[in-house]
Ligand binder design. Structure first.
Ligand code: NAD
Length: 432
C-alpha cells in the first residue's frame, strides 16, 4: 500500500519505518528540513533502539522516502497519517494548530480519494474538526474519509511495540476506511478494535489516564509504606499478582514524565471540564505525581541536613531509559528544585546529554557516572538505565564525599547497597 506519514517524529518515523518493513511504500513528510536531511542519509534524528538500522535498510529498498514537501506525500499515497506533535498550551489544552495546518495542506494537495488518519493523540471531536476543515478546503469535490488510529508505543521500545502491539484501535465511519485500515494491519496478530472515531479518540486518553492512575496509586501507597515502615515493592508484588490488577505500572518512583502522560492527563482534565465534568480523579493523580518530585528533594535534604552548597551527582536525565527524550522529564523539575535550594549539580545520562545541554543551565556535565559521583555529597538516581545497575559500587563509594545514595527509581537492592557502607534511601522502602 502507498502510505504517507506527516510528522517524522517519535511516532511518525517509527510508524513509517515499520510499515515499510512490512512491505508498504512509505513517504515520511516533515517540515523540519534538518531532520529530513539526516533521515535521507539513513540517520535517526533521535535515539530509539532498532530504529536507525531499519530506516537505513528501507532507504536502500526504496520503500521509505523522506521529503519536506507535503504535496509529494499526498499525491503519491492513498492513506495519510497525521503524526505531528500536540504539545500542551498554557491552559493545559492540547495545541492542535499543527494538526489543523496539516489538514488544510492535505486538502490543497489532494488529487483523488484519500483516507486521512489521526495518529497524533488528540481530544475527542478532533476527527469531526478534521472532516470539517477538509470539506471546506478541498478545492473540487473529491471524496475522502477521516479515521482515528491512536498509537500506544512506548519510547525506548517503540519499534518492538509498534510491530507487536497488544491491540490495534481503528475509529472509522465508512466501510472503505475500515477496509483500507484492516488491509494495512492484516499482518498483525493482535486483536483489532473497530469503533467510531470519537470512541477511538477516547480509548487513547482513557488508556493513558489509567496508566497514570496506576503510577500515582502505587506512589500514594509508597508514601504510606514510608510512614509505617513497610516495603512498597512487596506490596506491589502482592497486589499485582491479582490478575484483575496486573503487575505493570506498579513501580513506585518519582512519578511519570515524558511527552505523553503529563500532557495527556492535563488535556483530558480540560476536555472533561469543557464537557461539564470535573475530573477529580485525574486532578488527584496529577497532584500525587507532582508531590513525588518534592518528596524526593526532601529525601535528599534529610540525608544531607542542608542543601545549600552541597554537591549532588545526578544519574539519569531522560524521562525513561533507552531514550534521549527530555520532554517533561522529572529530572528537570528535581534538578531545578535542588538548584533553588542552593545545591551544586553534576549530571550524567548515557544518551540524553545532548538534549539536556539545551535545557539545563548552571549544572556541570560529567563524562560518565563515576565523574558525576566524584566529590559529591550524594548520588541521586533519576532514570533507571541498565548501566547504572552495574556500577562498581566500591569505586563509587571511594569517589563520593559522603556515601549517600538516594534512589528515585528503586533500582538498587537496599540490602546490597547498605552492605557496601552506603546510607541508602529509595521510594516507599520502609522508614529509612
Ligand atoms: N512519543 C510517544 O511516545 C507517543 C506515543 C503515542 C502517541 N504520541 C502522540 O503522537 C504525536 C506525535 O508525538 P511525537 O512524540 O512523535 O512528537 P515529535 O515532536 O517527536 O514529532 C512530531 C514531528 O512532526 C513534525 N511536524 C510538526 N508540524 C509539522 C507540519 N506542519 N508538517 C510536517 N511535519 C510537522 C515535527 O517537525 C516533528 O518531527 C503526539 O500527539 C503524541 O502525543 C506520542
Amino acid at each position: 500500500m502507498d502510505i504517507c506519514i506527516i510528522g517524522a517524529g517519535h511516532v511518525g518515523l517509527v510508524t513509517g519505518a515499520c510499515f515499510a518493513d512490512l512491505g508498504n511504500r512509505v513517504i515520511c513528510v516533515d517540515s523540519d528540513r534538518r531532520k529530513i536531511g539526516l533521515l535521507r542519509k539513513g540517520r535517526a534524528p533521535f535515539f530509539e533502539p532498532a530504529l536507525e538500522p531499519m530506516v537505513a535498510r528501507h532507504l536502500k529498498t526504496k520503500r521509505l522516502l523522506f521529503t519536506a514537501d507535503i504535496a509529494e506525500g499526498v499525491r503519491k499515497s492513498v492513506v495519510i497519517f497525521i503524526a505531528v506533535g500536540t504539545p500542551p498550551l498554557d491552559s493545559g489544552d492540547a495545541d492542535l494548530t499543527g494538526v489543523e495546518n496539516v489538514a488544510r495542506s492535505i486538502a490543497r494537495c489532494m488529487t483523488g480519494y484519500r483516507l486521512i488518519v489521526e495518529k497524533s493523540t488528540v481530544p475527542v471531536d478532533t476527527g469531526k474538526w478534521i472532516h470539517r476543515i477538509l470539506s471546506e478546503s478541498i478545492p473540487r469535490k473529491i471524496p475522502f474519509d477521516v479515521a482515528s488510529n491512536p498509537e500506544f508505543l512506548r519510547e525506548g521500545s517503540a519499534v518492538n511495540d509498534f510491530l507487536h502491539p497488544d491491540r490495534i484501535v481503528i475509529g472509522v465511519e465508512s466501510k472503505k476506511a475500515q477496509d483500507l485500515l484492516k488491509e494495512l494491519y492484516r499482518p498483525f496478530q493482535c486483536p483489532l478494535v473497530v469503533t467510531d472515531i470519537a470512541s477511538a479518540e477516547l480509548i487513547k486518553h482513557a488508556s493513558n489516564a489509567f496508566l497514570a492512575t496506576k503510577i500515582s496509586f502505587i506512589n500514594s501507597i509508597a508514601t504510606l509504606c514510608e510512614r509505617v515502615g513497610a516495603d512498597v515493592e512487596k506490596v506491589a508484588q502482592g497486589v499485582g499478582l491479582d490478575r484483575r490488577i496486573g503487575p505493570a505500572f506498579l513501580d513506585a518512583g518519582i512519578g511519570y514524565g515524558g511527552f505523553c502522560l503529563p500532557k495527556d492527563i492535563e488535556a483530558f482534565i480540560r476536555i472533561a471540564e469543557k464537557l461539564g465534568y470535573d475530573y477529580k480523579l485525574l486532578k488527584a493523580v496529577k497532584q500525587i505525581n507532582e508531590d513525588q518530585r518534592r518528596s524526593l528533594v526532601d529525601k535528599v535534604e534529610k540525608q544531607l541536613w542542608n542543601l545549600k552548597g552541597k554537591k549532588i551527582g545526578v544519574l539519569g536525565l531522560a524521562f525513561k531509559p533507552d531514550t534521549d527524550d527530555m520532554r517533561f522529564a522529572p529530572s528537570l523539575e528535581v534538578i531545578e528544585a535542588l538548584k533553588k535550594a542552593g545545591a551544586k549539580i553534576k549530571v550524567f545520562d548515557p544518551q540524553a546529554m545532548g538534549a539536556a545541554k539545551k535545557l539545563l543551565n548552571g549544572v556541570a556535565f560529567a563524562k560518565d557516572p563515576y565523574e558525576a559521583a566524584k566529590g559529591s555529597d550524594c548520588l541521586l538516581l533519576l532514570t533507571e538505565w541498565d548501566e547504572f545497575k552495574k556500577l562498581d559500587l566500591k569505586r563509587v563509594k571511594r569517589l563520593l564525599r559522603q556515601p549517600v545514595i538516594v534512589d528515585g527509581r528503586n533500582l538498587y537492592d537496599p540490602a546490597v547497597v547498605r552492605k557496601f557502607g552506603f546510607s541508602y534511601v529509595g521510594i516507599g522502602l520502609g522508614k529509612g
